[in-house]
Design a protein around this ligand. Structure first.
Ligand code: HEM
Length: 460
């Protein structure tokens, strides 16, 4: 999908077009190419593009009614309620949980390196992501790091692998949504959804019966279920307007934990994997990131802290450049919710029209990012960052419906990177197939054959 849209973006932009129309299965779709138009659609003109137009069926498939898919006032209300759950204050509370999953990951990298000599990093980071989300969003110690066949990991694999049946189902859902609803077709397999509903139900019940409180996302969902709002931390950012009578049902709470998993699992582990891959391929970048990490750590008594991570400016440029070159969500969606006059033209977009936002096209466009295949973190240093054309770097989307988990993702990814940098020196193994080719089956950018890296401990 990303490749195809990138191809159309490049071809049509070369012809001088600011937008084009195309068919997405049997439906018409609008593909804006001009970053100013894209910025307007996502931001200023948001009132015309409230929704994504993603299929959900609250009745037959309650987990599909999550923040990413729901629409209109329901989305607005839920977004306001969930925003405090992703605030820096709440993230700081979860920091130690994530760090402890990261430490296990680092230990396992060391153990595999000693016995096997090289590590397929995508699999290890998928397990790390599963543990982090299991702990933070579901309140479970899944320990997939040491038990790769744990049920949670298996469900993760199943949710992100498309079988032929899944592809057929997707085609019906995209092309004939009303028929899909009549047939009770769910996006995900019933094994996956039954598992997640059961986990959330059991965890919430267990906590309520035993009066257990933890500083995780599940606790915030329990608050939303019981009180319809999240308790404040005395910071303005967390103050929200209480709307009486809008507490979440248990299935609504389960759907929000599920989207944490869906939206956060592959995106974050893929980003971290590609950042390690690029640093393994370029020892100068790796060494500079390591020196910075060690220096910051020494200023924080040798500890990895939330504030310390914020001080690692070079690491931030490495992650940004990774997100530019390998956007985990290469294309994202909007649906026109109100007739839209396309600025500076006589054309209109009709209500109901799908809009595809070509994130990958913009981020790989040589006009905005010269030599786009080159991995160059300097594009994002303090000075150069200011010259980036507005609206051309949008890995987390933009406007009111941008990624709510952005801060969480950055913390999770940076913790893993810092642990790898301070504990190991690493280089690419010859088992990694170059140039990288991406799977066409998956939903997210995934390199064929995996990313194999050799790690050597720095602590011996
Ligand atoms: C590197 C990691 C990630 C990337 C690149 C990413 C990217 C995105 C993008 C492109 C969107 C759509 C934005 C738009 O339409 O304007 C999005 C939405 C969303 N993301 Fe993320 N994401 C990441 C991690 C996460 C994590 C860790 C979570 C949860 C903790 C998360 C939860 C969500 C949710 C709930 C939405 C829908 C927001 C809404 O519609 O109000 N994402 N993300």
């Amino acid at each position: 999908m990303g490749d195809k849209i990138n191809e159309i973006y490049s071809r049509e932009k070369t012809k001088g077009h600011g937008y084009v129309g195309l068919y997405f299965f049997s439906r018409k779709a609008f593909l804006p190419l001009d970053p100013l138009l894209i910025k307007d659609i996502l931001g200023k003109d948001f009132a015309h593009f409230y929704d994504r137009g993603i299929y959900y069926d609250e009745e037959n498939d309650p987990l599909s009614a999550h923040l990413f898919s729901i629409a209109g006032p329901k989305w607005k209300n839920l977004r306001a309620k969930l925003t405090p759950a992703y605030s820096p204050v709440k993230l700081k509370h979860m920091f130690d949980i994530i760090l402890s999953c990261g430490r296990q990951m680092s230990d396992v990298i060391g153990e595999i390196s000693e016995t096997e000599g090289e590590v397929e990093i995508k699999e290890i980071l998928a397990r790390y992501s599963t543990d982090v989300i299991g702990c933070c969003a579901f309140g479970l110690e899944c320990n997939t790091m040491r038990n790769p066949e744990a049920e949670f990991r298996q469900m993760g694999r199943r949710a992100f692998t498309q079988t032929v049946g899944d592809v057929l189902k997707t085609i019906i859902i995209r092309s004939f949504p009303s028929l899909a609803k009549c047939l009770g077709l769910g996006i995900f397999s019933s094994t996956v959804t039954t598992f997640f509903r059961k986990v959330v139900r059991e965890t919430i019940t267990y906590r309520e019966i035993n009066n257990i409180q933890r500083r995780d996302f599940m606790q915030l969902l329990v608050e939303l279920k019981n009180n319809g709002k999240i308790s404040e931390d005395n910071s303005d950012e967390n103050k929200i307007n209480e709307e009486p009578g809008t507490a979440l049902t248990i299935d609504e709470a389960a759907a929000q934990a599920f989207i944490f998993f869906l939206a956060g699992f592959e995106t974050t582990s893929t980003t971290t994997s590609f950042a390690l891959f690029e640093m393994a391929s370029n020892s100068k970048i790796q060494q500079r990131a390591r020196e910075e990490a060690l220096k910051v750590l020494s200023n924080h008594f040798g500890k990895i802290t939330y504030d310390g991570l914020m001080e690692m400016k070079y690491l931030d440029t490495v992650v940004s450049e990774t997100l530019r070159k390998y956007p985990p969500a290469p294309v994202f969606l909007r649906k026109c919710t109100k007739r839209y006059p396309i600025p500076k033209t006589k054309a209109f977009l009709e209500e109901g029209q799908s809009v595809l936002i070509p994130c990958i096209g913009l981020q790989r466009d040589p006009e905005y990012f010269p030599d786009p295949d080159l991995f160059d973190p300097e594009r994002f240093n303090e000075k150069n960052k200011e010259n980036i054309v507005d609206g051309t770097f949008i890995p987390f989307g933009s406007g009111p419906r941008n990624c709510i988990g952005m801060r969480f993702a950055m913390i999770q990814s940076k913790i893993a990177l810092v642990l790898c940098l301070v504990n190991y020196e690493f280089r690419l193994s010859s088992r990694t197939k170059l140039p990288l080719k991406m799977e066409t089956k998956g939903i997210i950018l995934t390199p064929i054959g995996g990313l194999w890296i050799k790690f050597v401990s720095r602590n011996k």
